[in-house]
Design a protein around this ligand. Structure first.
Ligand SMILES: Nc1ncnc2c1ncn2[C@@H]1O[C@H](COP(=O)(O)OP(=O)(O)OP(=O)(O)O)[C@@H](O)[C@H]1O
Length: 243
């Protein structure tokens, strides 16, 4: 079943680039796929991910999520289906791991519901998620005191607490060492295979892309130049992927 459909997406003309950041993007992504987005710096990968959660104004084209067209009216509902791991994690450094995870619940709770703290069931869920991601002993630690890999796992828990159908991850392993990178990729892989989460992730490592993703989408100057299997990417795209 098609979960994400992008038709002719085009962003405004960027004078600094002499072109739109995204140009004529057409994509269909099925439920349960694990897709990697590749391309040189500035190719438009982050912009494409952010457009899927309505953070990028489009001058042309349509996005459908689960058959629902993205409009200002449908955006809140669509955003509840999509978890996002922002580039660099995007955690609030002075808050604890559990407080950061609970922030992922803010869009689903009214001010009155969180005035005196989050509901107990949200706190239990946040603890469970952190436990599942190997952070049981870090629940109350400030995230500024956690390692990069631990912070990324907190960010994953924050995205998962809203039970999304889709997880978008913008360079989730950039800056992590080999062990932490493998841990994070393993977590994403298990979420995909065991829970059926549809994953789209920006990566810069072709070896890791081929190891985990079933499908690669390569962007160059705002356009899709390849959409297919992850085999032989290096040979095919040495120009656009000289990573
Ligand atoms: N709001 C904006 N206004 C103007 N230009 C922008 C804006 N956002 C991004 N850009 C430009 O659009 C291009 C694509 O940016 P984007 O962050 O999507 O690329 P990317 O492929 O994710 O790159 P990276 O690998 O460096 O993260 C870049 O040249 C960037 O400078």
């Amino acid at each position: 079943m098609k979960l994400i459909e992008c038709h002719n997406l085009e962003t405004a003309y960027a004078t600094s680039l002499n072109r739109p950041i995204l140009n004529d993007i057409n994509l269909d992504i099925d439920q349960g796929e694990f897709v990697v987005l590749l391309g040189l710096n500035g190719a438009g990968k982050s912009t494409l991910l952010r457009s899927l959660v309505g953070l990028v104004p489009l001058v042309k084209g349509e996005i459908h999520i689960h058959g629902l067209e993205m409009t200002p009216q449908t955006l809140p509902k669509i955003r509840r289906e999509i978890g996002m791991l922002f580039q660099g994690g995007g955690l609030i450094r002075q808050l604890s791991a559990i407080e950061n995870v609970l922030c992922g619940r803010l869009g689903m709770r009214t001010t009155a519901q969180t005035w005196l703290g989050f509901p107990k069931r949200d706190c239990i869920l946040a603890q469970e998620l952190l436990g599942q991601l190997g952070l049981r002993d870090k629940i109350y630690q400030k995230t500024s005191q956690l390692s990069g890999g631990q912070q990324q796992r907190v960010a994953i828990a924050r995205a998962l607490i809203q039970s999304p159908q889709i997880l978008l991850a913008d360079e989730p392993i950039t800056g992590l060492d080999v062990v932490a990178s493998q841990q994070v990729m393993q977590i994403l892989s298990e979420l995909n295979t065991q829970q059926g989460l549809t994953i789209i992730t920006v990566l810069h490592d072709l070896g890791i892309a081929a190891e985990y993703a079933q499908r690669a989408i390569v962007l160059d100057a705002g356009r899709v130049v390849y959409d297919g299997k992850c085999d032989n990417l290096q040979e095919q795209f040495s120009q656009v992927l000289s990573l």
